[in-house]
Design a protein around this ligand. Sequence first.
Ligand code: G6P
Length: 472
Amino acid sequence: MSRIIIVSNRLPLKAQKKEGNITLEPSEGGLATGLGSVYKQGDNLWIGWPGLPLEEEQDQEYVREALLKENMQPVFLTETEVKEYYEGFSNETLWPTFHYFSQYAIYEQQLWEAYVAVNQKFCEEIIKFAQPEDTIWVHDYQLLLLPQLIREKLPGVSIGFFQHIPFPSFEIFRLLPWRREIIQGMLGADLIGFHTYDDMRHFLSSANRLLGYSNLHGLIETGRRAVLIDAFPMGIDYEKYATLASAKETIRIADEFRAAIGTQRIIISIDRLDYSKGIPNRLSAFELFLKRYPEFQEKVSLVMIVVPSRDTVEKYKRLKEEIDELVGRINSSYRTISWNPIQYFYRSFPLNEISAFYRLADVGLVTPMRDGMNLVSKEYIASKYDQKGVLILSEMAGAAQELSDAIQINPNNIVQMADAIHEALILPEEEQIAQMNAMQTLIKTYDIHQWVKVFMDRLSYVKIKQQSYLTD
Ligand code: G6P
């Protein structure tokens, strides 16, 4: 029977080693949480890195067995591979470039070579399990070369590729010394998906400018094989978030939080610690809001959850210091004995506590400098059980293309953001409900299940189309 093999750098479970004991815990980030409901079906399998450089055979065996029970297969990386392929090329070359922070990118041949080698390592692991009739679904920027590597080993197999982060305009992408190899690697897939139409257009333009491929309605012909490029805005498991927000336990936690916070209105912000998320700008905007609208002092708190991420990468360490400093400065300038303007947490929270925060929050503040999609904005909407609440959303997030009923801002415009916070807090209830209702209807329809279905249908369509090319 054919099945879907999902492949991503990070598995949805990560291994942790504490005092010699290994445990498995949920991973952070949109990809891991988003696809959680898919891989568990039937015989499907998820192949990826369990997030620790485990080099001892005994540890590897333990993790392999534990993951197998969850339909997962690990690809173990050595410490050097983690340094060069993951922290290095993936997160210090590709991540900044693709998020339009190319001034942060480093270009080093040794990191590139490690990236090639680890993509090959993933390929070897996949071909141990994949049958020609399986569908292999590769995810994200850490594995851009993998589609072509698999194609060379299993020429007829169905390969889908989905990119969860933006694809930059050609003028940015061309800065990469290995730009041609990257496009070639991706084109090994039958279907390449992006969150937005703009990302798709940027990819098509790079394929054309670098390799001379033209396209017809997103279909590129590479020799005798056609590859389709299309946009698939990722959804969330709407029912899961909506049900959780109204669960008894969530209401109990929310009551507890409310009692601790007091009567203040709540603005929620949740992100991984990342410069693409625009956290310092958001803090500056909140500070300006307090200054411009002093009547809201002691009446509003910003609950800011920053989830630790990639903390061995230098840029992330420095960002952490910058945020700590900013929060300290704002809190010390504005706080009173009974009020802290910013409730800052540098850790992750269990999902039911996140849901309680979403439930309580009058405003969801999502202001990335650049984001492939941003699922937090959708989770906030799905959790608004009474439809009261306002979403402020950066126009640089992929989600902004769909969520036109949110208050949209430019994250570089601090004044606009400060005013948007004010606007959100004074928005009449009927308007909040009307906006929330429109956004809920949309993300309920295009949820994660629909997203997977549309992607898979499209992949089957390309396979059929390829057959007709061959018989023409
Ligand atoms: C984003 C990326 C994912 C990544 C996640 C967490 O959502 O698109 O590919 O897994 O961030 O980052 P990490 O480096 O911890 O895997």
